[in-house]
Design a protein around this ligand. Structure first.
Ligand code: HH2
Length: 314
């Protein structure tokens, strides 16, 4: 009896693209193929899902070590919450002066740098903070304002380090009023292309850039789903994609779960982003994500190994 034809995959498997980003001290960050897990280390009193938990340096270091042991391949250290104002979070996070951000970051960053060679990213919108963090051993800058600070391009160009350019509109206090899109996917893609052009004009090497759709930033519920559903359109820009959907409010809107109860929904977003070629997944729950991806990747490899060769029947 002839076997039934294999069901079509949910979506075309992503093309095998890879990138080599240069890190300080002659190290390389290889991206492409399977996604890399970036663990979130929030050194803030007011982050939306874990604010206040890692304010103490030793608690922050313990959490960082645990994420590394659990499989994080990059860590993202943030000392200013980007929790936006709006219906979900009220007035949003308070802006943190640069010297306070540096005061929260450096003690943890310096100790971590002495312990690990894993790429350390600093999540900041401020050029002055990025400069101080890079001098203290950070490897890359994660800028949710995509170079909103005119000082930032010069800092990046001087350091020659990678940078994540995330899509957003307005600022933290008013982004919830900038969610009108006729075509959210097309407009985010065009605005990310403009961010790349601005970065190049500021002297940033485009080969060192990573792009991010900015899930939850100037996006209303459904717009986040549309963006996640069309990562392929953003991949057309030719740069690796970072996706940060972990515990975000669109999951709460779909399920009613509070931030700490959004792991299953976060893993659904991880699966989708991984399948559609995301290079970096920024997550709070590293152990669960790493285990999920290990199995997801193993099944994908086994399916390729068993798929019938051209001309052979299934
Ligand atoms: N999301 C947050 C912060 N930084 N950076 C990038 N590149 N992409 C994201 O989606 C992203 C980000 C928000 O999450 P979290 O850090 O947990 O919360 P808070 O900003 O409240 O500290």
């Amino acid at each position: 009896m002839k076997a039934a034809a294999a069901p079509a995959p949910l979506a075309p498997a992503p093309a095998a693209v890879s990138w080599r980003l240069r890190l300080p001290r002659a190290r390389i960050l290889e991206l492409g193929g399977r996604p890399r897990v970036m663990g979130v280390l929030n050194l803030t009193p007011d982050s939306f899902s874990d604010g206040g938990r890692f304010l103490d340096v030793e608690a922050a270091l313990d959490h960082a070590r645990a994420m590394l042991a659990d499989g994080a391949e990059l860590l993202d250290l943030g000392a200013e919450s980007t929790r936006p104002a709006g219906r979900t979070y009220g007035t949003g996070a308070a802006t943190v002066p640069a010297d306070e951000e540096v005061r929260r970051l450096l003690p943890v960053l310096e100790r971590l740098r002495a312990e690990t060679d894993v790429p350390l990213s600093v999540d900041t919108r401020k050029g002055a903070v990025a400069r101080a963090a890079l001098a203290a051993g950070a490897d890359l800058v994660n800028d949710v304002s995509a170079l909103g600070d005119p000082e930032m391009p010069g800092v990046l160009a001087a350091a020659g380090c990678p940078v994540v350019l995330m899509h957003s509109r307005g600022n933290l206090s008013d982004m919830h009023r900038h969610t009108q899109y006729a075509d959210v996917v097309g407009e985010v893609r065009d605005e990310l292309a403009a961010a790349l052009a601005g970065a190049a004009a500021g002297g940033v090497d485009l080969a060192q850039t990573v792009l991010d759709p900015g899930i939850g930033f100037a996006k209303a519920g459904r717009q986040n789903l549309e963006l996640l559903g069309r990562l392929d359109a953003l991949a057309e820009l030719g740069r690796p994609l970072l996706v940060g959907a972990s515990r975000k409010s669109f999951i709460g809107e779909l399920t009613g779960a509070p931030p700490a109860g959004r792991l299953s929904g976060s893993l659904a977003a991880v699966a989708w982003a991984a399948w559609h070629g995301a290079a970096i997944l920024r997550v709070h729950d590293v152990a669960a994500t790493a285990q999920f991806l290990a199995v997801f990747d193993a099944i994908g490899r086994a399916s390729i190994a068993q798929s019938p060769r051209d001309g052979e029947s299934a």
